[in-house]
Design a binder for this molecule. Structure first.
Ligand SMILES: Cc1ncc(C[n+]2csc(CCOP(=O)(O)OP(=O)(O)O)c2C)c(N)n1
Ligand SMILES: [Mg+2]
Length: 334
């Protein structure tokens, strides 16, 4: 039976919500663009891109009960942190190492997104180790008898070959904990193609070995992501146990500003994935269904540019932490 409902209606999302997501994705991309300019100017010493992963990250954010569920992301998840409520200014303070950086008070390299209020837990730089923290949180929910709460952790496909990742997901499967494992499969672990970092074609099939369902979805399709993430988070919150979801996506920029991606992948491959840009797809969905006009899209683009320009000016004027604050937040005497 075919449904006459539009895709967002089937999923219970409002037009306002998905228009907000389109703007948010455009703002995240504009922030990403700015980070790379600042790196080229020598102002940001290290940046990591989320460009290309926006549908995966915004779709997951829609499935999170923000401020209740805990999220343990990785360095690729700037768009996720923004989808959950962090701003371009917060990202720029983080990237430029300025006072007020919410991630680490300007102590950590870029990519350690963190917010006590939003329940975003700072990730570890050691690839594949932070899912252990998410599983620990899920175990704590169980031990404390907390209901209707889940943890989500996100990582790349390369991380799924790390020992700590295996220990985390294995423990979650044994104890059927309320945690959702999200793999953002972008085909590469820096310069290493998936063929040489993962022994199977689909990360999701690993789930069978850990006693949980494995789900594959198009990571460049906001609605496919939301559907898979919502189902898994609802299941976890309702006591149904963990899920491993694999979103197939692609990063458009090099791994970091310290990487030359054309040494290990072709421009043709990048261009081919660009035809499936997650932002273009959502924009076309809204325009084609008469939910938004091209003029609105142009206005969003301009608003995002202004917001990022203003944030850049403020961030550049903000001082670095004082020398006296060097020992703040450390153990021991102050
Ligand atoms: C244990 C460990 N090994 C290697 C590195 C260096 N490193 C940082 S990111 C990365 C690639 C990880 O790839 P993937 O998990 O696919 O995530 P992606 O960056 O593609 O999103 C590597 C090898 C590290 N930080 N930690
Ligand atoms: Mg990868």
């Amino acid at each position: 039976m075919t449904s006459s409902l539009l895709r967002h209606e089937e999923l219970g999302l409002s037009v306002e919500q998905i228009k907000g997501v389109l703007y948010g994705m455009m703002l995240a991309r504009a922030t990403d663009d700015r980070l790379w300019q600042l790196a080229r100017q020598g102002k940001a010493h290290f940046v990591i891109t989320s460009a290309g992963h926006e549908a995966t990250q915004f779709g997951c954010a829609l499935a999170i009960n923000i401020g209740v569920d805990y999220v343990v992301p990785y360095y690729r998840d700037m768009a996720l942190a923004m989808a959950m409520g962090q701003t371009p200014l917060e990202m720029l303070l983080h990237a430029l190492g300025r006072q007020g950086d919410p991630a680490s008070g300007a102590r950590q390299m870029f990519g350690h997104f963190s917010s006590r209020k939003l329940r975003i837990v700072s990730g570890s730089s050691s690839v594949g180790s932070h899912p252990v923290h998410a599983v620990g949180l899920a175990l704590a929910f169980r031990a404390k008898g907390e209901q209707n709460i889940a943890a989500m952790t996100l990582f790349g496909e390369g991380a799924t070959s790390e020992g700590a990742w295996h220990e985390a997901i294995s423990f979650a499967g044994i104890h059927q904990l309320p945690v959702v494992f999200v793999c953002e499969n972008n085909l590469y672990a820096i310069s290493i193609h998936q063929r040489k970092e993962v022994p199977v074609a689909d990360v999701a099939i690993k789930a069978a070995g850990y006693g949980m369902p494995g789900v594959i979805a198009d990571g460049n399709d906001l609605f496919a992501v939301y559907e898979a993430a919502k189902t898994a988070m609802d299941r976890a919150r309702g006591g149904g146990g963990p899920t491993l979801i694999e979103f197939k996506t692609y990063r458009y920029r090099p791994h970091s500003n310290a990487d030359n991606d054309l040494k290990y992948r072709t421009q043709e491959e990048i261009d081919e994935w660009r035809t499936r840009d997650p932002i273009t797809r959502l924009r076309e969905y809204l325009v084609d269904n008469g939910l938004i006009g091209e003029a609105d899209v142009a206005e969003y683009q301009e608003r995002a540019r202004v917001e990022v320009d203003e944030a850049t000016q403020i961030a550049e004027r903000t001082p670095m932490p004082s020398a006296e604050s060097l020992f703040d937040h450390l153990y021991g005497e102050t």
